[in-house]
Design a protein around this ligand. Structure first.
Ligand code: SF4
Length: 345
């Protein structure tokens, strides 16, 4: 990235910070986990929203967040709930590791911190599922600390403000974002810059005319918003396999709980593999292909259905359940796609 940190004078920086805060007071989004005019009084809400918002849009998260808060109004409610209930409430959000870490973290907070979040970044990062990004968000939104939170929205806004036309990463942008961060209104500032990215400085057709930064923004001045930011994408690894929707003579369907510590562990699934083999002799009917994209890879599974003969044994641990009872089990998004493929409505 070309050097850009001398582009603005200290008075320009002050202007940018204050202009953004004033804009936020009038135009910032109203969200169920947010409180304008300072930190949110309940870090539990901030934490749940932050974890849900990883990899998921605000629009999708809102109904999940509201249902979650009705079901688990306090941290203690999460800590004492069985994992299966937590996973069931997470169903549809994907990336289930997040839900498992919430459960683990809630237990640690209740057992070790008396149900309170520590207000130090280092202590927060020792908790399960809380890394540098979430700890900075919690410090800003729940404790009003002057923390710089850089997500995709912030990366886009800052790259455009500074007119950076070379490929950028969060690491490149962070020092520039730090300069702009309000030292006294950490919560409002972090919300404001995210809102600017989400509502005005959008990936396509940004509304520069309404933007509080339009007088200094380089991308706007030089008509470069179409090409900034330039982000180099890593090609995802591709994996393939088969998944088996197995019914018994009563029409019940075989399910199992995924073991181990992996991405989908604890969730309900149909037997599947990644070597495209068939685990036992039967007459399998091909029902189609499901494709699911995880963070680091893309998975393609061919869906096969079969009905077992009475008394036939399977080489898996699990059980047969009626289709009508599927809603009692936390199926992953991948497995829900399999169900749709077999049970066409
Ligand atoms: S002026 Fe336009 S490009 Fe620049 S920050 Fe504002 S919305 Fe984004």
């Amino acid at each position: 990235m070309q050097k850009k940190n001398n582009l603005f004078s200290p008075s320009d920086i002050k202007f940018l910070t204050n202009a953004l805060l004033s804009w936020y007071e009038n135009e910032g989004r109203v969200l169920p986990w947010r409180q304008k005019g300072g930190a949110h009084p309940n870090p539990y809400l901030v934490w749940i929203s932050e974890i849900m918002l990883q990899q998921t849009t605000v629009k999708t998260v809102i109904p999940y967040f509201e249902r979650w808060m009705k079901k688990f109004p306090t941290l203690e409610d999460v800590a004492k709930a069985p994992l299966s209930e937590i996973l069931l409430s997470w169903q549809g959000l994907g990336y289930y590791t997040r839900a498992k870490k919430i459960h683990e973290c809630a237990k640690v907070l209740v057992e070790t911190y008396n149900g309170k979040f520590p207000n130090k970044k280092e202590a927060l990062q020792k908790l399960p599922g809380i890394g540098p990004y979430t700890s900075s968000s919690l410090m800003a939104f729940a404790f009003n600390a002057p923390e710089t939170v850089v997500d995709g929205n912030v990366l886009r806004v800052i790259s455009r403000l500074y007119g950076i036309t070379s490929p950028v990463t969060v690491k490149d942008i962070t020092p520039l974002a730090i300069d702009l961060t309000s030292q006294t209104r950490g919560a409002d500032y972090a919300s404001a810059i995210m809102d600017l990215g989400a509502t005005l400085c959008t990936p396509k057709n940004p509304r520069c005319e309404d933007c509080p930064w339009k007088t200094l923004c380089q991308a706007h001045k030089e008509n470069l918003t179409d090409i900034i930011p330039l982000i180099e994408k890593l090609k995802k690894q591709e994996r393939k396999g088969n998944v088996f929707y197995i019914q018994n003579e009563k029409g019940e369907v075989f399910i199992q709980t995924r073991k181990g510590k992996g991405l989908l562990s604890g969730l309900t699934e149909f037997p599947w593999n990644e070597d495209e083999s068939f685990p036992f002799e039967a007459s399998f009917e091909k029902k189609g292909l499901v494709v699911h994209t995880f963070t680091h890879f893309r998975l393609e599974l061919f869906v096969y259905q079969t009905t077992l003969e009475k008394g036939a044994k399977l080489p898996f641990d699990g059980k047969f359940v009626p289709f009508e009872n599927f809603s009692d089990y936390p199926f992953s998004t991948l497995m829900k796609k399999v169900i749709k493929k077999v049970v066409k409505k």
